[in-house]
Design a protein around this ligand. Sequence first.
Ligand SMILES: *Cc1c(COP(=O)(O)O)cnc(C)c1O
Length: 366
Amino acid sequence: MSLIVRPGILDIAAYVPGDHSLPGEGPIHRMASNEGALGASPDAVEAYRTLAAELHRYPDGATKSLRVALGREHNIDPEQIVCGAGSDDVLQLLVRAYAGPGDDVLYSQHGFLVYPIAAKAVGATPVAAPETDLRTDVDALLKAVTPRTRICFVANPNNPTGSYVTHDELKRLRAGLPENVLLVIDAAYAEYVDVPDYETGLDMVRGADNVVMTRTFSKIFGLAALRLGWAYCPPAIADVLNRIRGPFNVPAPAQAAGVAALADRGHLAKAKAHNDYWLPWFTQRMRALGLHPYPSVANFVLVKFPADPKLNAEAALKFLNAQRILPRRVAAYGLPDCLRITIAEESAVKACADALEAFVKGAATQ
Ligand SMILES: *Cc1c(COP(=O)(O)O)cnc(C)c1O
């Protein structure tokens, strides 16, 4: 007799994070994980340090002060906020609570890989709706709904494409979904977005029974190492998540750093301004090289490379790695001809643009 793994789990191709290191010595330009370009707020770092003297204490299991701070910031009821060890934690809890064997979990073709992984982990079936031009297609999602559908995930903006769904489209999706399907709006990059027809989805949770919005401190707040995220939920869903989450799922240093990061508006504004400048700058450089950057409203750009083996994504990756630049390969997202490049610190963005220029020019003279 041997152990029996639950159905679905061995079908999971484990999530492969962006590369973190390269062989050899010297500094690396990390552009693989969409981490905040300016790092964490100094106030958050200080709050984290202060907690070093308290490592023997359990954290506040209710994450009260952070939820109150988030409630004040977003003008929402803290009782409807559930925090997690990264928004990843919250996304997994939602799947565990609302899907199981025989159920479908719906997401968009090039959507975030955590959704199908979480679905398989509970024995549910991930169902990908086709995209048009690497954009979430609301009609395709609605068409893919069956009586088995339990959850519909939309990352908005989406990773790895950088595209977004307009507020009107999102409302149309919500209106078209049956009431027994949970719509999860994953707004991990919300703080970066500037376009007028975008909303985080927060307004859609108000008054709804079947809509949740998730957020993270891993991106613009620069706290990826601490693992901190949250969900804004209808009261009944918050109640469900609070029953199944780990009783101390958010470490105390993460809670304290989150409160401090939220209060440091200056740092947030700087991080936003940095992205506002370098995102179009980098996109334009890629276009000028004849590469194809997909329009992005987040802190990364998906760049499509030509099929020519001298110029393709694999060759570009090798070239960049040789210059100690780490972009993200996205073949696992069904995009083998693309690389996803984070708008990291200024020196990295410039180095990457220069390197790709040398790469393209070098290939032309070969
Ligand atoms: C980075 C990212 C997250 C955040 O994950 P954390 O677990 O909070 O670090 C969530 N959703 C998407 C689409 C992301 O790209």
